[in-house]
Ligand binder design. Structure first.
Ligand SMILES: [Fe+2]
Ligand SMILES: [Fe+2]
Length: 365
């Protein structure tokens, strides 16, 4: 698929048993309008990364996103101060490799989860829509694999906590749990991370990748939100409490455990100091609350909004995010992708014009 990169980790694959029932339905004609509209959009908006992304753009593997030094996670720590220039560059490459590798593995997880949803969800409208998402996630996995291997040149294995979360979501026989774990929690986190990087980077290739992927992800979040909101109104309070517990645990895990431990280990950094700094450093604290910008309003919208969930979000300092308008955020993600397409087209027209003028000038001389 793409040229080989240095690969850390030795595990070539990962298997665990599947749970739950396959679900066929013979009700082909009872689709909900909103879900069928989303399905239609899912079909129309497919795109090919080989053509839509300009792979000729160069990427500096030691400065993938053009991140200013003072926004790096360990900036200001004693560990960071001990590094010379070469070690700092190496750290940047490893951090970008770790981050984009987790996106890559997460996309594979999303592909497997949406395939599972096709099999297990009771309604035909959800099956149809989820089938388009399988293809979206396949394209995303293809795209991140190419970016990591060709442009960063270094690939990290899956983070053990991401792995645990995926396994939890996929090992549950209840059909809504892969949705909740994947569509709401993991995708919600990934989407917020994509958004932060998209808005911060001034490098054209990662900008294109993140902007276009976010255009698709807006549909995925809308789907999880619609399908779960309907279903959760039918559950008993103890069934709701179980889902709320899952959300709370998942959110704490994502807040506390994604600390690039593997990077600090690989580079031989002082582990205790690095992890502590990741926990209490000013940049990471602000970054972590931004990471919940998509999850919190979604959890509220699907009706998992009991006192325990609110208390947990209050404790994490992210309760205020509940009032942000998810639909507006998603519409904005789609608009940004369209705007980028327009700007690139205009740039191409201008370039063609310049070439024509130069060629005409050469002919006259
Ligand atoms: Fe995706
Ligand atoms: Fe997705």
């Amino acid at each position: 698929m793409s040229k080989s990169a240095v690969r850390l980790g030795t595990e070539p694959s990962w298997t665990f048993p599947m749970q739950g029932d396959n679900h066929f339905t013979w009700e082909y004609d009872q689709g909900r309008d909103q879900l069928l509209t989303l399905y239609q959009k899912g079909k129309e908006k497919q795109w090919d990364s080989a053509r839509r992304i300009d792979w000729s753009l160069e990427v500096d593997p030691y400065d993938v996103l053009g991140t200013p030094e003072n926004t790096l996670a360990l900036y200001g720590s004693r560990q960071y101060d001990r590094l010379d220039d070469r070690a700092r560059k190496e750290m940047r490459q490893h951090m970008a490799a770790w981050e984009f590798s987790q996106f890559l593995h997460g996309e594979q997880g999303a592909m497997i989860c949406s395939a599972r949803i096709v099999e297990s969800v009771p309604d035909m409208d959800s099956k149809l829509y989820a089938a388009t998402q399988v293809m979206d996630e396949a394209r995303h996995a293809e795209l991140f694999a190419r970016f990591v291997d060709e442009k960063i040149g270094l690939r990290y294995p899956i983070n053990p906590h991401l792995k645990a979360l995926l396994q939890d979501a996929l090992s549950d026989s209840r059909w809504d749990m892969p949705y909740l774990g994947m569509q709401v929690l993991i995708e919600g986190l990934a989407l917020a991370a994509f958004g932060i990087l998209r808005d911060r980077t001034d490098k054209p290739l990662p900008k294109q990748i993140l902007t276009y992927i976010m255009q698709d992800e807006a549909r995925h979040v809308a789907f999880g939100r619609l399908a779960l909101r309907d279903y959760y109104t039918q559950l008993t309070s103890s069934e709701i409490a179980e889902r709320e517990e899952f959300v709370i645990e998942g959110c704490y895990l994502m807040r506390d455990k994604f600390r690039m431990q593997e990077v600090w280990e690989t580079l031989g950094f002082d582990m205790k100091e690095s992890l502590e700094y990741m926990n209490r450093g000013p940049r990471m604290r602000a970054f972590r609350s931004l990471l919940f910008a998509r999850i919190v309003p979604c959890v509220r919208d699907i009706g998992l909004w009991g006192p325990r969930v609110r208390k947990a979000y209050d404790d994490m300092g992210v309760l205020d995010l509940a009032t942000s308008d998810l639909l507006k955020l998603m519409a904005d993600d789609e608009a940004q992708a369209e705007l980028l397409d327009r700007e690139r087209r205009e740039l191409e027209v201008r370039r063609d014009e310049v070439h024509r003028i130069i060629a005409a000038g050469a002919r006259q001389n």
